[in-house]
Design a protein around this ligand. Structure first.
Ligand SMILES: [Zn+2]
Ligand SMILES: [Zn+2]
Length: 373
Protein backbone atom coordinates (compact mmCIF):
# COMPACT_ATOMS: atom_id res chain seq x y z
CA UNK A 1 0.00 0.00 0.00
CA UNK A 2 1.36 3.42 -0.90
CA UNK A 3 1.97 6.06 1.72
CA UNK A 4 -0.35 9.02 2.12
CA UNK A 5 2.37 11.15 0.55
CA UNK A 6 2.52 8.92 -2.50
CA UNK A 7 -1.26 8.87 -2.74
CA UNK A 8 -1.32 12.65 -2.98
CA UNK A 9 1.86 12.71 -5.10
CA UNK A 10 3.73 15.08 -2.78
CA UNK A 11 7.15 14.94 -1.10
CA UNK A 12 7.47 13.94 2.57
CA UNK A 13 8.38 17.51 3.45
CA UNK A 14 5.55 19.10 1.44
CA UNK A 15 4.10 22.32 2.86
CA UNK A 16 0.44 22.44 3.96
CA UNK A 17 -0.22 24.58 0.89
CA UNK A 18 1.28 21.95 -1.44
CA UNK A 19 -0.76 19.23 0.21
CA UNK A 20 -3.92 21.24 -0.11
CA UNK A 21 -3.42 22.04 -3.76
CA UNK A 22 -2.47 18.43 -4.56
CA UNK A 23 -5.67 17.22 -2.92
CA UNK A 24 -7.75 19.82 -4.67
CA UNK A 25 -6.37 18.80 -8.05
CA UNK A 26 -6.95 15.09 -7.46
CA UNK A 27 -10.37 15.56 -5.96
CA UNK A 28 -11.48 17.54 -8.99
CA UNK A 29 -10.44 14.68 -11.22
CA UNK A 30 -11.78 11.84 -9.08
CA UNK A 31 -14.90 13.34 -7.60
CA UNK A 32 -17.86 11.01 -8.38
CA UNK A 33 -19.77 13.87 -9.99
CA UNK A 34 -17.00 14.11 -12.55
CA UNK A 35 -15.83 10.54 -12.73
CA UNK A 36 -18.47 7.91 -12.03
CA UNK A 37 -16.18 4.85 -12.33
CA UNK A 38 -15.69 2.44 -9.41
CA UNK A 39 -11.95 2.93 -9.67
CA UNK A 40 -12.20 6.65 -9.27
CA UNK A 41 -14.47 6.28 -6.25
CA UNK A 42 -11.91 4.00 -4.61
CA UNK A 43 -9.11 6.42 -5.45
CA UNK A 44 -11.10 9.37 -4.22
CA UNK A 45 -11.59 7.59 -0.91
CA UNK A 46 -7.85 7.02 -0.52
CA UNK A 47 -6.91 10.51 -1.58
CA UNK A 48 -9.40 12.03 0.83
CA UNK A 49 -8.15 9.92 3.72
CA UNK A 50 -4.55 10.88 2.91
CA UNK A 51 -5.53 14.53 2.89
CA UNK A 52 -7.52 14.19 6.08
CA UNK A 53 -4.40 12.97 7.87
CA UNK A 54 -1.76 15.14 6.22
CA UNK A 55 -3.73 18.36 6.47
CA UNK A 56 -3.95 18.01 10.24
CA UNK A 57 -0.69 18.96 11.88
CA UNK A 58 -1.14 16.58 14.82
CA UNK A 59 -2.27 13.61 12.76
CA UNK A 60 0.49 14.17 10.27
CA UNK A 61 3.09 14.12 13.06
CA UNK A 62 1.55 10.91 14.44
CA UNK A 63 1.46 9.36 11.01
CA UNK A 64 5.11 10.26 10.37
CA UNK A 65 6.15 8.86 13.75
CA UNK A 66 4.06 5.67 13.94
CA UNK A 67 2.89 5.03 10.40
CA UNK A 68 -0.65 4.76 11.72
CA UNK A 69 -2.82 5.21 8.67
CA UNK A 70 -5.36 7.32 10.52
CA UNK A 71 -2.78 9.50 12.17
CA UNK A 72 -3.30 7.60 15.41
CA UNK A 73 -6.97 8.35 15.29
CA UNK A 74 -8.78 10.43 17.72
CA UNK A 75 -12.22 9.15 18.67
CA UNK A 76 -14.59 9.40 15.75
CA UNK A 77 -11.88 9.56 13.13
CA UNK A 78 -10.03 6.26 13.18
CA UNK A 79 -11.27 2.80 12.41
CA UNK A 80 -13.44 1.27 9.74
CA UNK A 81 -16.22 3.84 9.45
CA UNK A 82 -13.50 6.49 9.30
CA UNK A 83 -13.70 9.76 7.46
CA UNK A 84 -15.34 11.71 10.20
CA UNK A 85 -13.85 14.80 8.70
CA UNK A 86 -14.78 13.83 5.21
CA UNK A 87 -17.94 15.90 5.04
CA UNK A 88 -16.12 18.99 6.23
CA UNK A 89 -13.23 18.62 3.84
CA UNK A 90 -15.63 17.88 1.07
CA UNK A 91 -17.64 21.03 1.73
CA UNK A 92 -14.55 23.11 2.12
CA UNK A 93 -13.64 22.34 -1.46
CA UNK A 94 -16.96 21.93 -3.15
CA UNK A 95 -19.08 24.37 -1.22
CA UNK A 96 -21.78 21.84 -0.37
CA UNK A 97 -22.79 23.00 3.05
CA UNK A 98 -23.72 26.07 5.00
CA UNK A 99 -20.19 26.76 6.19
CA UNK A 100 -19.30 26.74 9.84
CA UNK A 101 -21.43 27.74 12.75
CA UNK A 102 -24.83 29.39 12.87
CA UNK A 103 -25.88 31.99 10.35
CA UNK A 104 -26.24 35.56 11.50
CA UNK A 105 -29.79 36.96 11.56
CA UNK A 106 -28.27 40.20 10.43
CA UNK A 107 -27.88 40.06 6.67
CA UNK A 108 -27.17 42.79 4.16
CA UNK A 109 -30.23 44.05 2.26
CA UNK A 110 -30.70 43.44 -1.43
CA UNK A 111 -29.89 45.93 -4.14
CA UNK A 112 -32.91 47.45 -5.82
CA UNK A 113 -33.34 48.60 -9.40
CA UNK A 114 -35.98 51.01 -10.63
CA UNK A 115 -36.41 52.62 -14.03
CA UNK A 116 -37.53 56.20 -14.58
CA UNK A 117 -38.47 57.89 -17.85
CA UNK A 118 -37.40 61.48 -18.36
CA UNK A 119 -37.73 63.99 -21.20
CA UNK A 120 -34.88 64.64 -23.58
CA UNK A 121 -34.69 68.19 -22.25
CA UNK A 122 -33.98 66.80 -18.76
CA UNK A 123 -31.13 64.74 -20.20
CA UNK A 124 -29.70 67.89 -21.82
CA UNK A 125 -30.07 70.13 -18.76
CA UNK A 126 -30.17 67.74 -15.83
CA UNK A 127 -33.09 67.61 -13.42
CA UNK A 128 -34.27 66.63 -9.96
CA UNK A 129 -36.59 63.65 -10.21
CA UNK A 130 -39.05 62.72 -7.44
CA UNK A 131 -38.63 59.00 -6.74
CA UNK A 132 -41.55 57.08 -5.27
CA UNK A 133 -41.02 53.45 -4.31
CA UNK A 134 -41.91 50.53 -2.10
CA UNK A 135 -38.90 49.25 -0.19
CA UNK A 136 -37.84 47.49 3.01
CA UNK A 137 -36.88 49.74 5.90
CA UNK A 138 -35.65 48.94 9.40
CA UNK A 139 -38.54 48.25 11.81
CA UNK A 140 -38.87 51.25 14.08
CA UNK A 141 -40.51 49.22 16.85
CA UNK A 142 -37.67 46.74 17.45
CA UNK A 143 -34.87 48.63 15.66
CA UNK A 144 -34.12 45.56 13.59
CA UNK A 145 -33.77 43.03 16.40
CA UNK A 146 -37.05 41.30 15.55
CA UNK A 147 -37.79 40.69 19.23
CA UNK A 148 -40.64 42.09 21.30
CA UNK A 149 -39.49 44.75 23.76
CA UNK A 150 -37.84 43.24 26.84
CA UNK A 151 -37.30 39.81 25.23
CA UNK A 152 -34.36 38.34 23.38
CA UNK A 153 -33.65 35.36 21.13
CA UNK A 154 -33.02 32.00 22.85
CA UNK A 155 -30.66 29.21 21.89
CA UNK A 156 -32.28 26.64 19.60
CA UNK A 157 -33.09 23.45 21.49
CA UNK A 158 -32.72 21.22 18.43
CA UNK A 159 -29.20 22.17 17.28
CA UNK A 160 -28.08 23.74 20.56
CA UNK A 161 -27.02 26.87 18.80
CA UNK A 162 -24.98 25.29 16.03
CA UNK A 163 -27.50 26.14 13.32
CA UNK A 164 -26.76 22.76 11.77
CA UNK A 165 -27.67 19.19 12.45
CA UNK A 166 -25.88 16.03 11.36
CA UNK A 167 -27.74 13.29 9.59
CA UNK A 168 -26.41 9.85 8.60
CA UNK A 169 -26.78 9.02 4.91
CA UNK A 170 -25.77 6.05 2.81
CA UNK A 171 -23.40 6.79 -0.02
CA UNK A 172 -20.81 5.14 -2.21
CA UNK A 173 -18.43 5.43 0.71
CA UNK A 174 -20.79 3.56 2.98
CA UNK A 175 -22.55 5.36 5.79
CA UNK A 176 -21.44 8.90 6.43
CA UNK A 177 -22.73 12.01 8.14
CA UNK A 178 -24.03 15.01 6.26
CA UNK A 179 -24.46 18.40 7.78
CA UNK A 180 -27.79 20.12 7.20
CA UNK A 181 -29.28 23.45 8.14
CA UNK A 182 -31.35 23.09 11.30
CA UNK A 183 -35.01 23.35 10.30
CA UNK A 184 -36.13 24.50 13.74
CA UNK A 185 -34.11 27.73 13.72
CA UNK A 186 -33.49 27.94 9.95
CA UNK A 187 -29.76 27.89 10.65
CA UNK A 188 -29.63 30.87 13.01
CA UNK A 189 -28.85 28.82 16.10
CA UNK A 190 -31.45 30.84 17.98
CA UNK A 191 -35.20 31.24 17.87
CA UNK A 192 -37.31 34.27 18.73
CA UNK A 193 -40.07 33.14 21.10
CA UNK A 194 -41.66 36.62 21.25
CA UNK A 195 -41.30 38.22 17.84
CA UNK A 196 -41.89 41.91 17.35
CA UNK A 197 -45.53 42.35 16.32
CA UNK A 198 -44.74 45.09 13.85
CA UNK A 199 -42.32 43.11 11.65
CA UNK A 200 -43.02 39.51 12.69
CA UNK A 201 -39.42 39.10 13.77
CA UNK A 202 -38.00 40.12 10.38
CA UNK A 203 -36.48 43.31 11.76
CA UNK A 204 -37.73 45.26 8.75
CA UNK A 205 -41.02 46.32 7.20
CA UNK A 206 -42.17 47.39 3.74
CA UNK A 207 -42.81 51.05 3.37
CA UNK A 208 -43.53 53.66 0.75
CA UNK A 209 -40.55 55.97 0.41
CA UNK A 210 -40.20 59.29 -1.45
CA UNK A 211 -36.87 60.85 -2.25
CA UNK A 212 -35.34 63.24 -4.74
CA UNK A 213 -32.90 61.99 -7.32
CA UNK A 214 -30.38 64.31 -8.90
CA UNK A 215 -30.21 63.40 -12.58
CA UNK A 216 -27.04 64.91 -14.04
CA UNK A 217 -27.02 66.51 -17.49
CA UNK A 218 -25.78 64.09 -20.14
CA UNK A 219 -27.49 60.88 -19.04
CA UNK A 220 -28.55 58.56 -21.84
CA UNK A 221 -31.08 55.79 -22.10
CA UNK A 222 -29.63 52.87 -20.14
CA UNK A 223 -27.49 55.03 -17.82
CA UNK A 224 -27.62 53.66 -14.27
CA UNK A 225 -27.27 55.95 -11.31
CA UNK A 226 -26.10 54.23 -8.13
CA UNK A 227 -27.34 55.40 -4.76
CA UNK A 228 -25.10 53.71 -2.23
CA UNK A 229 -26.89 52.28 0.79
CA UNK A 230 -30.34 53.36 -0.39
CA UNK A 231 -31.61 49.92 -1.38
CA UNK A 232 -33.55 47.52 0.84
CA UNK A 233 -32.78 47.31 4.54
CA UNK A 234 -31.39 43.90 5.47
CA UNK A 235 -33.11 41.37 7.75
CA UNK A 236 -32.24 41.60 11.43
CA UNK A 237 -31.13 45.21 11.15
CA UNK A 238 -28.57 44.46 8.42
CA UNK A 239 -27.10 47.23 6.27
CA UNK A 240 -29.05 48.52 3.28
CA UNK A 241 -28.27 47.36 -0.23
CA UNK A 242 -27.70 49.85 -3.01
CA UNK A 243 -30.35 51.47 -5.13
CA UNK A 244 -29.83 51.63 -8.88
CA UNK A 245 -31.93 53.94 -10.99
CA UNK A 246 -31.94 53.20 -14.69
CA UNK A 247 -32.73 56.07 -17.04
CA UNK A 248 -35.08 55.83 -19.97
CA UNK A 249 -35.70 58.81 -22.26
CA UNK A 250 -39.01 59.71 -23.87
CA UNK A 251 -39.05 60.17 -27.65
CA UNK A 252 -38.82 63.82 -28.60
CA UNK A 253 -41.03 65.14 -31.38
CA UNK A 254 -38.22 67.04 -33.14
CA UNK A 255 -34.84 65.71 -32.04
CA UNK A 256 -33.39 62.26 -32.31
CA UNK A 257 -30.30 61.64 -30.23
CA UNK A 258 -27.18 59.96 -31.51
CA UNK A 259 -24.39 59.97 -28.93
CA UNK A 260 -24.29 63.56 -27.77
CA UNK A 261 -25.58 65.01 -31.04
CA UNK A 262 -29.20 65.84 -31.71
CA UNK A 263 -30.55 65.37 -35.23
CA UNK A 264 -33.57 67.17 -36.70
CA UNK A 265 -35.22 67.17 -40.12
CA UNK A 266 -36.54 70.32 -41.75
CA UNK A 267 -38.38 70.50 -45.03
CA UNK A 268 -38.07 73.56 -47.32
CA UNK A 269 -39.71 74.25 -50.66
CA UNK A 270 -37.69 73.87 -53.83
CA UNK A 271 -37.78 77.64 -54.37
CA UNK A 272 -36.36 78.37 -50.90
CA UNK A 273 -33.61 75.86 -51.53
CA UNK A 274 -32.75 77.57 -54.81
CA UNK A 275 -32.97 81.11 -53.49
CA UNK A 276 -31.64 80.58 -49.98
CA UNK A 277 -33.59 81.35 -46.80
CA UNK A 278 -33.56 81.70 -43.04
CA UNK A 279 -35.05 79.01 -40.84
CA UNK A 280 -36.15 79.24 -37.22
CA UNK A 281 -35.67 76.27 -34.93
CA UNK A 282 -36.79 75.95 -31.32
CA UNK A 283 -33.96 74.30 -29.35
CA UNK A 284 -33.31 73.65 -25.66
CA UNK A 285 -31.37 76.92 -25.72
CA UNK A 286 -34.15 79.13 -27.11
CA UNK A 287 -34.96 79.75 -30.76
CA UNK A 288 -32.07 79.60 -33.20
CA UNK A 289 -31.73 80.94 -36.75
CA UNK A 290 -30.29 78.77 -39.50
CA UNK A 291 -29.02 80.26 -42.75
CA UNK A 292 -29.72 78.18 -45.81
CA UNK A 293 -27.41 79.29 -48.61
CA UNK A 294 -28.87 79.66 -52.11
CA UNK A 295 -28.57 76.41 -54.02
CA UNK A 296 -29.07 74.13 -51.01
CA UNK A 297 -29.57 70.49 -51.94
CA UNK A 298 -31.81 67.85 -50.55
CA UNK A 299 -29.90 66.06 -47.77
CA UNK A 300 -27.63 69.00 -46.94
CA UNK A 301 -26.95 69.46 -43.26
CA UNK A 302 -26.66 72.56 -41.10
CA UNK A 303 -24.92 72.44 -37.72
CA UNK A 304 -25.64 74.36 -34.55
CA UNK A 305 -22.39 73.70 -32.72
CA UNK A 306 -22.45 73.09 -28.99
CA UNK A 307 -26.22 72.97 -28.58
CA UNK A 308 -26.48 69.18 -28.22
CA UNK A 309 -26.24 66.99 -25.12
CA UNK A 310 -23.40 67.63 -22.66
CA UNK A 311 -21.00 64.86 -21.79
CA UNK A 312 -22.04 63.09 -18.63
CA UNK A 313 -18.90 63.90 -16.67
CA UNK A 314 -18.68 67.49 -17.74
CA UNK A 315 -17.07 68.99 -20.79
CA UNK A 316 -18.11 69.84 -24.29
CA UNK A 317 -21.65 69.57 -25.57
CA UNK A 318 -22.54 67.80 -28.77
CA UNK A 319 -24.12 69.57 -31.76
CA UNK A 320 -27.55 69.97 -33.27
CA UNK A 321 -27.50 68.76 -36.86
CA UNK A 322 -30.37 69.75 -39.13
CA UNK A 323 -30.99 67.63 -42.21
CA UNK A 324 -32.64 69.51 -45.08
CA UNK A 325 -35.36 67.95 -47.11
CA UNK A 326 -36.16 69.80 -50.34
CA UNK A 327 -39.75 69.50 -51.39
CA UNK A 328 -40.68 69.50 -55.05
CA UNK A 329 -44.12 71.04 -55.67
CA UNK A 330 -46.68 68.42 -56.66
CA UNK A 331 -49.75 70.42 -57.72
CA UNK A 332 -49.08 73.21 -60.21
CA UNK A 333 -51.76 75.44 -61.58
CA UNK A 334 -51.49 76.76 -65.13
CA UNK A 335 -49.67 79.97 -64.18
CA UNK A 336 -47.10 78.19 -61.99
CA UNK A 337 -46.50 75.62 -64.67
CA UNK A 338 -45.90 78.32 -67.21
CA UNK A 339 -43.43 80.10 -64.93
CA UNK A 340 -41.49 76.93 -64.35
CA UNK A 341 -41.41 76.17 -68.06
CA UNK A 342 -40.07 79.67 -68.69
CA UNK A 343 -37.45 79.16 -66.02
CA UNK A 344 -36.39 75.87 -67.59
CA UNK A 345 -36.10 77.55 -70.97
CA UNK A 346 -34.05 80.42 -69.48
CA UNK A 347 -31.68 77.95 -67.86
CA UNK A 348 -31.46 75.89 -71.02
CA UNK A 349 -32.70 72.84 -69.20
CA UNK A 350 -34.47 70.43 -71.49
CA UNK A 351 -37.41 68.74 -69.88
CA UNK A 352 -36.31 65.36 -71.17
CA UNK A 353 -32.81 65.91 -69.82
CA UNK A 354 -31.38 63.57 -67.23
CA UNK A 355 -27.80 62.89 -66.35
CA UNK A 356 -26.31 59.50 -65.76
CA UNK A 357 -24.06 59.64 -62.69
CA UNK A 358 -20.64 58.11 -63.08
CA UNK A 359 -20.36 54.83 -61.34
CA UNK A 360 -19.62 55.33 -57.68
CA UNK A 361 -21.15 58.79 -57.87
CA UNK A 362 -23.89 57.93 -55.45
CA UNK A 363 -21.45 56.63 -52.91
CA UNK A 364 -18.96 59.45 -53.24
CA UNK A 365 -21.81 61.89 -52.67
CA UNK A 366 -22.73 59.99 -49.55
CA UNK A 367 -19.10 60.02 -48.48
CA UNK A 368 -18.83 63.77 -49.02
CA UNK A 369 -21.89 64.23 -46.91
CA UNK A 370 -20.42 62.14 -44.11
CA UNK A 371 -17.15 64.05 -44.28
CA UNK A 372 -18.95 67.31 -43.71
CA UNK A 373 -19.92 66.20 -40.22
ZN1 LIG B 1 -39.88 44.83 14.56
ZN1 LIG C 1 -31.51 24.99 15.46
Amino acid sequence: MSSHYETLGVAKDATPQEIKSAYRKLARKLHPDVNPSEDAAEQFKLVTRAYEVLSDEKKRANYDATGDENGNGQPGFGGGAGFGGFGDIFEQFFGGGQGQGPMSRTQPGRDALITITIDLEDAVKGTVYPLEMETAVVCKTCHGDGTREGTSPVTCTICHGAGQVQRPVRSFLGQMMTVETCAACRGYGTTIPDPCLECNGEGRVREHVSKSLNVPAGVDAGTRIQLRGQGEAGPGGGPNGNLFVEIDIRRHKVFERSGNDLHAKMTIPMTAAALGCELKLETFDEEQTLNVEPGAQDGDTLTLAGLGVPRLRGGKRGDIIVHLQVETPTKLDAAQRELLEQLAKLRGEELSAGRVEHSGGMFSRLRDKLNQR
